[in-house]
Write a protein that binds this ligand. Structure first.
Ligand SMILES: NC(=O)c1ccc[n+]([C@@H]2O[C@H](COP(=O)([O-])OP(=O)(O)OC[C@H]3O[C@@H](n4cnc5c(N)ncnc54)[C@H](OP(=O)(O)O)[C@@H]3O)[C@@H](O)[C@H]2O)c1
Length: 341
């Protein structure tokens, strides 16, 4: 295929919260697929907080690293348009970390690709409820959280891709689910997908509202944020509560040595005195493909909804990605529509 395509590359290493100026949009020739490669046309691009890890000058978390001038790392759903690989045919759909670009020539040995059947569910779900965020939400509530009927579960960053699903899984499991999110609009959206209640962490009386929302204490806390959001949660944890360390987005821009207000010594004392189980995980590995079978079953049974926030076009990706960390208004999975499905 001849012609040009657009891609987003790193202009400057991210410092603190990512900014649109850290990225540059460029136009380059569409690459021909080499031996063993497939040429992919991007349809959906997934904007995930974990991309932030790849943008530090010196790698602090994870393995993916983007150098200056390199294409931004991230998940996508794409159509195979040309193939030099016996296992992939034009017209097939795949999901993989193919980056912020309209076309990509990929060797599946280097960048793993998962085939997607468009007849089973909308293609975008491979990046959300039936993909990594779905596996992560499942892991939070089932594999690591071991949430049981009658328990009270609190979820931070509840309006994000993971939180919206985790809360609904909590309801499927029979728990009482309390979300923590930024703003009244997000809390309304969370109650609409089934959360029992939601607390706005930006409200001046956040700590008091949270205490009132969990009169019997917290059995499991799904930690996605850290810092000022977490502080008021700690005194409300029951003895031997589970703390599921899924993410710590408030600290993604501060390097390895985050400053307060987690106040680590006090936090460690809470772990000790309350006998807390604190466990982190990578959702894809820990939950595995069985989790996606559960998610698909719950969608078919009408028990699970998957809100999506969609922005249009590759040039909208940098601002939408920066918005994950600051001024966030999204509910559910954040996606960029790149091409026709
Ligand atoms: N362990 C794993 O395998 C794994 C996999 C995927 C995701 N994660 C983690 O799970 C968390 C949620 O991911 P996601 O995919 O749901 O993200 P998402 O859809 O992009 O949502 C991110 C959420 O984070 C909140 N947020 C951002 N900065 C914040 C801050 N400083 N203080 C409080 N809230 C803040 C925003 O909510 P508000 O507007 O309410 O502030 C937003 O709803 C992240 O920590 C992510 O890294 C872990």
């Amino acid at each position: 295929m001849s012609g040009t395509m657009r891609q987003v590359v790193l202009r400057a290493y991210a410092k603190g919260t990512p900014k649109t100026g850290d990225f540059a949009l460029e136009t380059v020739p569409i690459p021909p697929p080499g031996p063993g490669q497939v040429l992919l046309r991007t349809i959906w691009l997934s904007l995930d907080p974990l991309i932030r890890f790849a943008l530090d000058e010196n790698l602090v978390t994870g393995r993916a690293h983007v150098g200056l001038g390199e294409v931004i790392y991230g998940g996508a759903v794409a159509e195979v348009v040309e193939s030099q690989h016996p296992d992939y045919k034009p017209g097939e759909f795949v999901e993989g970390r193919t980056g912020w670009r309209e076309y990509a020539a990929i060797d599946p040995k280097t960048v793993p690709l998962r085939k997607i059947d468009p007849a089973l569910a909308p293609l975008s779900t491979a990046l959300g409820v039936l993909g990594m965020p779905g596996q992560t939400a499942h892991c939070c509530m089932v594999e690591v959280g071991r949430v049981a009927a009658g328990e009270t579960v609190v979820i931070s960053a509840a309006a994000g891709a993971v939180g919206t699903l985790a809360g609904q899984i909590g309801k499927i499991l029979g728990a009482r689910v309390v979300g923590i999110a930024g703003g009244a609009e997000k809390c309304t959206a969370l109650k609409a997908v089934g959360f029992d209640t939601c607390v706005d962490y930006k409200a001046p009386d956040y700590a008091a509202q949270l205490a009132a929302a969990v009169p019997e204490g917290i059995d499991a806390y799904i930690e996605n944020v850290g810092g000022a959001v977490t502080g008021p949660v700690l005194p409300l944890l029951k003895y031997r509560a589970r703390m599921v360390v899924c993410g710590f987005i408030a600290y993604y821009g501060v390097g390895r040595e985050g400053p307060g207000p987690d106040k680590l010594p006090g936090f460690m004392r809470t772990i000790m005195s309350k006998g807390l189980e604190v466990r982190g995980f990578g959702g894809i590995v820990a939950a595995g493909p069985d989790a996606l079978r559960d998610m698909a079953g719950w969608i078919q049974a009408g028990k699970l909804r998957y809100p999506e926030t969609i922005v249009q076009g590759l040039d909208a990706a940098p601002a939408a990605f920066a918005g994950i960390f600051s001024g966030n208004r999204n509910v559910g999975k954040l996606l960029v529509k790149i091409g026709a499905a």
